[in-house]
Design a protein around this ligand. Structure first.
Ligand code: SF4
Length: 362
């Protein structure tokens, strides 16, 4: 555990006092046990006296308006802008982290945008966003801030999107996802060994979150697996992952395979070849999954949505830009009437692929 809490202290939820006087955080399956002054592994939840506090409440690492496809979500208000933000810290220790400057940030000064939940929601509405995404670092570790922001966003008619690794305890999971409308959950691999060696976590807890989201909530769910050459991309592992998704979650949950680039502590492995993504997509489709995508590579077929009923192109994509729209106003195929699972406006959004960094006006 780390010492000396600092930054804005907000009362945290989901903890209890142990018989030995330590406080156990129950937000995630690490269940950090803290003496006074110590921080949890995520570095942003800390013990202050006889309470647990969140040290990043109301402070962001920055805001950006992105295409919703960048989260990635391909079946949730396609073509619309989403205001994305994060804080600092993470509850996994992925050696391949692709966002490490934020998630591993230990200096609260890295958080240079002070922003209340009401200010964030107002800014998103003003920028004509349809949703706000809790992303960049895992919102599980800033749960109280994310939930208060989500409540404000719903008051403005905005949707809420969680981009998360799904590593969260049962009670925190119920509370957090009650405020979300869509989630993209990282399924980092399909072996306990990978989670243990490379992430410091457990696969089984993530699978529990996926099953919970699919069967006990109305949150729209998509899954992303970052393919790391030689680590999680064997035919057998991909087939097992896809078969599990098809059996436990059903064939309509979109699955994204994205390309790794060397980063953080995993720099000796090269970029994921495009052929690996194509192979993964073929394996997952053969396992019965209907909507399988490739990401972080230029692959129009792998990025587009096709009708499960007749094969027509429903949503064409070139990177994050929509190039074709084959849905009727009810979100079904214009050619054959087969419904496309997800949430769709009568017309596609026209945000395109641009990214717009924004600062909160003081
Ligand atoms: S969120 Fe997880 S990592 Fe952070 S203090 Fe709580 S149990 Fe520990």
């Amino acid at each position: 555990m780390n010492a000396e809490p600092q930054g804005a202290l907000f009362p945290a939820r989901h903890w209890h006092m142990l018989a030995d006087g330590r406080i156990q955080c129950d937000v995630c399956p690490r269940y950090c046990k803290l003496n006074d002054g110590q921080r949890g592994l995520c570095f942003v939840r800390a013990r202050a006296g006889d309470h647990l506090v969140l040290t990043t409440y109301g402070r962001s690492s920055g805001f950006c308006v992105d295409p919703i496809e960048k989260k990635p979500l391909n079946h949730f208000l396609p073509g619309t802008p989403v205001l994305s933000f994060g804080t600092a810290g993470c509850n996994l220790t992925c050696k391949f982290c692709q966002n490490w400057d934020i998630s591993k940030a230990r200096e609260i000064d890295r958080l240079n945008d002070a922003a209340s939940p009401a200010q964030i929601a107002a800014m998103a509405a003003q920028l004509n966003c349809r949703s706000v995404a809790y992303t960049y670092n895992d919102p599980v570790v800033f749960l109280e801030y994310a939930i208060d922001t989500a409540i404000s966003c719903r008051q403005h008619g905005l949707k809420n999107v969680a981009v998360t690794a799904g590593y969260i305890g049962a009670a925190a999971r119920r509370e957090f996802f009650a405020h979300m409308d869509a989630a993209n959950v990282d399924l980092k691999a399909f072996t306990e060994d990978f989670y243990h060696q490379l992430c410091g976590g457990h696969l089984s807890d993530v699978l529990e979150t996926l099953v919970y989201l699919k069967h006990e909530t109305s949150v729209w769910l998509e899954i992303t697996t970052l393919l790391i050459p030689g680590k999680n991309d064997s035919d057998d592992e991909l087939a097992a992952l896809a078969a599990w998704v098809a059996k436990e979650l059903g064939p309509d949950v979109p699955l994204h395979f994205t390309a790794f680039h060397p980063d953080w502590k995993l720099r000796e492995i090269g970029n994921t070849p495009a052929a690996t993504l194509g192979r993964a997509r073929a394996i997952a489709r053969a396992a019965g999954l209907r909507y399988v995508y490739t990401g972080n590579v230029h692959d129009e077929a792998g990025g587009s949505t096709f009708c499960h009923g007749c094969g027509a192109t429903l949503i064409g994509r070139d990177w994050y830009r929509l190039t074709a729209w084959g849905l009727n106003a009810d979100g079904a195929c214009r050619a054959c009437g087969t419904a496309l699972p997800g949430l769709f406006d009568p017309r596609p959004g026209d945000w395109g692929r641009k990214r717009l960094p924004v600062r909160l006006k003081r």
